[in-house]
Write a new protein. Structure first.
Length: 158
């Protein structure tokens, strides 16, 4: 944020998004975020956005680090949510292809906003991380307290 004026404008625009929501819509948003905003779903959406229709084995090669089991589970969840379409071709060996549905493509467009945000703010995030890391850490990897504590605390076992 460049100035207090910019911050106020951003806060005001966020307040406009803070309108009363139907409880069913709120529940759906919470549920969907939990299911689709995970690492594997986002990576699969990215691959299918770039390559349209992809066979299962090829998809597993294009998503680094994903196991067949996790790919299968994630694709099933995505299919249940209406994000991907699964096409089974009646050939031997079986040929199964996956593609994003229009619903999946619209979610891909929404995720695009996260990529744009990251691109625009990468330097600020890196700076914030460096400042945080430079503050010093305890042996547990947490920042040391900045509050002055008494030198000796009188704790008696009970």
């Amino acid at each position: 944020m460049k100035s207090k004026k910019d911050r106020k404008a951003l806060l005001q625009s966020l307040k406009e998004c803070d309108t009363p929501v139907d409880a069913k819509v709120e529940a759906l948003v919470t549920e969907l975020i939990g299911r689709v905003a995970d690492k594997w779903t986002m990576m699969i959406i990215e691959v299918l956005t770039q390559h349209d229709e992809v066979r299962f084995t090829r998809l597993s090669e294009m998503v680094p680090g994903i196991s067949y089991k996790m790919l299968t589970q994630t694709l099933r969840l995505m299919e249940r949510e209406g994000l991907v379409a699964r096409t089974v071709h009646p050939v031997i060996p079986p040929k199964v292809e996956y593609r994003l549905t229009n619903l999946g493509l619209s979610l891909s467009a929404a995720f695009c906003g996260v990529w744009i945000w990251a691109e625009e703010h990468i330097k600020e995030v890196e700076t914030a991380r460096a400042v945080f890391d430079d503050k010093g850490k305890s042996t547990h990897g947490r920042p040391q307290a900045t509050v002055d504590m008494p030198a000796k605390m009188d704790r008696k076992p009970r």
